[in-house]
Design a protein around this ligand. Structure first.
Ligand code: R5P
Length: 311
């Protein structure tokens, strides 16, 4: 028996998933005690069930992580047969190595915490790092929204578009995207100076006279997209620019920063709750069907097939 348990981070996505799977969301309460502690209670009977906890680890990341852990522990103690953490967005994934002495490996800490609360497997959409698999002591099922985004963009792209990876880490993802749309590819050389500052140093590939489609796993502050757009236009690419990213965190002044760009459209998924776009030309594609397909396949034991991948 399947149970879908929603955290607070993205209940609409969990509800869309439940509809696709022809079930109701399991009943639960989530509240804060007066001292700030998170308190959860699973009200539906889930003994012997295949429980899927749906929760992107988006801001406030730490609260959503603790909530996920509380729901997993509650499910375990209530007799769940198998617990899958469905994390449409895996927070802390960018802390996948120590970049200076004295730092932790944040992505590994999250992996250990999930295993500690009896999570049996983890489903993640376009995880930032392939290293995640080695960090988790339980199976990782990575699925990719890249084919979904490519299919959504296909009708609106001109023949002379060029797919652009805004940094080296995004090259494989952009290659897959370009392959699906039969378009050429270029990439931007980027250096990250701090959490909210990046410097784009140039473009590798032929973008002159072409319309860029920048493809990334996530937009956080928007700094990467802003600096990539600048170097692309400097290199002779043609505005307006299209952007596609799986996770639209859009924190701080991201909307304002992106609003200054000559944008055709920004395509995101609902892995995290879509922001109020204001005047931004933002299109959100739901992951509900993709997640449902993935869960059905995994429950049938057929593997993820074409749905799998890291972007
Ligand atoms: C970095 O490696 C990621 O793939 C994204 O490019 C980055 O996290 C985006 O962050 P921001 O929008 O703050 O530049």
């Amino acid at each position: 028996m399947l149970s879908i348990l929603a955290g607070e981070a993205n209940r609409p996505l969990a509800a869309a998933l439940a509809v696709q799977l022809e079930t109701d969301l399991a009943e639960r309460t989530i509240e804060r005690f007066p001292d700030g502690e998170i308190h959860v209670a699973v009200k539906s009977g889930i003994r012997g069930h295949d429980v899927h906890i749906v929760q992107p680890l988006c801001p406030p990341v730490d609260a959503h992580l603790v909530e996920t852990m509380m729901l997993a522990d509650a499910s375990h103690r209530a007799g769940a047969a198998h617990i899958t953490a469905v994390l449409p967005y895996y927070g802390y994934a960018r802390q996948d190595r120590r970049s200076a002495p004295g730092e932790p490996v944040g992505a590994r800490v999250v992996a250990d915490l999930l295993a500690a609360v009896h999570v049996d497997s983890v489903l993640v959409v376009d995880p930032h790092t392939r290293a995640l698999e080695a960090m988790l002591s339980v199976p990782l099922e990575p699925i990719s929204a890249i084919p979904l985004l490519a299919a959504t963009l296909r009708p609106e792209l001109p023949d002379d578009a060029v797919v652009v990876a805004p940094d080296l880490g995004a090259v494989k993802r952009a290659e897959r995207f370009a392959g699906l749309l039969d378009l050429p590819m270029a990439f931007v050389r980027k250096t990250r100076l701090s959490g909210d500052t990046v410097r784009a140093e140039g473009v590798v590939g032929d973008v002159a006279g072409r319309v860029p489609v920048i493809v990334d796993d996530m937009i956080t502050t928007g700094g990467t997209i802003v600096s990539a757009t600048q170097v692309l236009l400097d290199a002779g690419a043609r505005a307006p620019v299209t952007v596609a990213a799986t996770h639209g965190l859009l924190v701080g002044d991201a909307l304002e920063a992106l609003g200054q760009l000559p944008l055709q459209r920004i395509h995101l998924t609902d892995s995290v709750p879509p922001p109020d776009s204001g005047a931004l030309p933002l299109v959100t594609t739901s992951l509900g069907e993709l997640l449902a397909d993935a869960i059905r396949r995994l429950r049938r034991g057929t593997g993820l097939g074409q749905l799998g991948g890291y972007g």
